[in-house]
Ligand binder design. Structure first.
Ligand SMILES: Cc1ncc(COP(=O)(O)O)c(C=O)c1O
Length: 429
């Protein structure tokens, strides 16, 4: 290990809890420090190159250090970084999101996806004057108190009661969240029958992690929420600008009342958005300040011009012809390639996902995966070991999680990845 890498990892272990700033870590023999990223690759401080399927946990849909984004950010940085008041990039990006997203009459910017879903839920509560939120087991909406329930401890709760994933979630927060398995319309209808008049919002990832919605599921949510006057929130932090330019709502053809964005919106700068119906978005109007009809949206760096400039440049690239055809083709090639290799090796594996998202799951290919609880039939430890073996072979993934493909990935990258996958699979049997 080079002195620089050893010293950096030593300082990380000393100053960052668990040597990490996120929710995962690597075994010591695989630990590395990113030195730089370009296109579909990152390099570590020892000079080792990785094909990157982490993409910063999804934002870097155009590839690292995309020239159009670098130029836009450099130009704005020299003109000032943040003003807490309107600037042209903020307004122009709101306009671009408004034109891209079917549900977006209006848009509000915050800094992270966690804030976006937290505020969307609050806006729905203010709008409906109701309290409960229905979310789907395993659906990820960030780390606030209404989101860190029903994700990790699958099957422990008497549905629709919520079980916390971490410590520190107050009982009041738990009591206001209802949990139902994804794609389970029977359970959803039952909860609507019992709690309908208390439900402020249904929040759903249109593609839940890598699990596709069953035909008719999102349409039924649209119908049920409309009938009881609840707000339907699509959490498009992952799917936004990734499955299609108009996100999951364009791709799956169901328009929610509110939608949350982040990640690919700026391809790597800290910005997120809430977009939606004008009457619900009006709860963010500062003219309401002082009353309980106000949802109180703001944030020191919300809508800062550097991130918004990056967003304008990113959306400009993503609007170009052929982008989504290419992203879907790359994702398909990766999923089909992994499935074919597993079949040849007689390994029970499915490569799930949609668009430029792929996740290898060690599970009987005949078993349908429609909800998070289906993963109890999968070998998650083996998936984590596979991830470690991929990293060892120069393919950067979050072990056991989904893989993100960017527009910068080449056919040669996919071929090289599949060769590494083949070799990795041979040693994680
Ligand atoms: C669907 C979804 N919603 C919300 C979030 C939270 O976003 P952030 O990490 O920017 O707070 C994430 C993050 O992974 C996500 O995947």
């Amino acid at each position: 290990m080079s002195d620089r890498t050893a010293s950096l990892l030593g300082a990380a272990a000393k100053y960052l809890p668990g040597g990490s700033t996120w929710m995962w870590n690597l075994p010591p023999e695989l630990a590395f420090v990113v030195d730089r990223g370009e296109g579909s690759h990152v390099w570590d401080t020892r000079g080792k190159r990785y094909i990157d399927y982490v993409l910063g946990s999804g934002p870097v849909l155009l590839g690292h250090a995309h020239p159009a984004i670098v130029a836009a950010v450099q130009a704005q940085a020299a003109r000032g970084s943040t003003f807490q008041w309107l600037s042209e990039p903020t307004i122009r990006l709101a306009e671009a999101v408004g034109q891209a997203v079917p549900c977006a009459d209006m848009v509000r910017f915050v800094s992270t996806g966690t804030e976006a879903t937290m505020f969307a839920i609050r806006m729905a509560r203010v709008f409906t004057q109701r309290e409960k939120v229905l979310k789907f087991e395993g659906g990820w909406h960030g780390l606030h108190d209404y989101a860190m329930v029903g994700n990790w401890r699958t099957g422990e709760a008497p549905y629709p009661a919520a079980v916390p994933d971490v410590g520190g979630i107050p009982k009041g927060a738990l009591d206001s969240v209802l949990i139902v398995p994804f794609n389970d319309l029977t359970a959803t209808r039952e909860v609507f029958e019992t709690h309908g008049q208390e439900i402020a919002a249904v929040i759903v990832e249109p593609l839940q992690r890598a699990i596709r919605p069953e035909p008719g599921f999102l349409e039924a949510l649209r119908d049920l929420t409309r009938r009881i006057g609840a707000v339907l929130i699509f959490d498009e932090v992952v799917t936004g600008f990734r499955l299609a330019y108009g996100g999951g709502q364009e791709y799956y053809r169901v328009t929610p009342d509110l939608a949350t964005y982040g990640k690919a919106l700026t391809c790597g700068y800290s910005l997120a958005a809430i977009a939606g119906r004008a009457d619900v978005m009006e709860t963010a109007n500062p003219a309401r300040k002082g009353g309980l009809e106000y949802a109180g949206l703001s944030g020191t760096l919300s809508g800062n011009p550097i991130a918004c400039t990056a967003g304008i440049a990113a959306l400009g690239e993503l609007r170009k012809p052929g982008v989504y055809g290419r992203l879907h083709a790359l994702g398909r090639a990766l999923r089909d390639g992994m499935s074919a290799i597993a079949r040849r090796r007689n390994v029970a594996l499915q490569a799930i996902g949609d668009g430029p998202i792929a996740q290898p799951v060690f599970i009987d290919p005949a078993r349908r995966i429609t909800a998070d609880r289906d993963f109890k039939h999968a070998d998650g430890k083996r998936a984590a070991r596979l991830g470690h073996e991929l990293i060892r072979r120069g393919v950067f993934v979050i072990p056991g999680a989904k893989m993100y493909v960017s527009l910068a990935h080449t056919d040669a990258d996919i071929d090289e990845t599949l060769a590494a996958f083949d070799a990795a699979l041979a040693v994680v049997d």
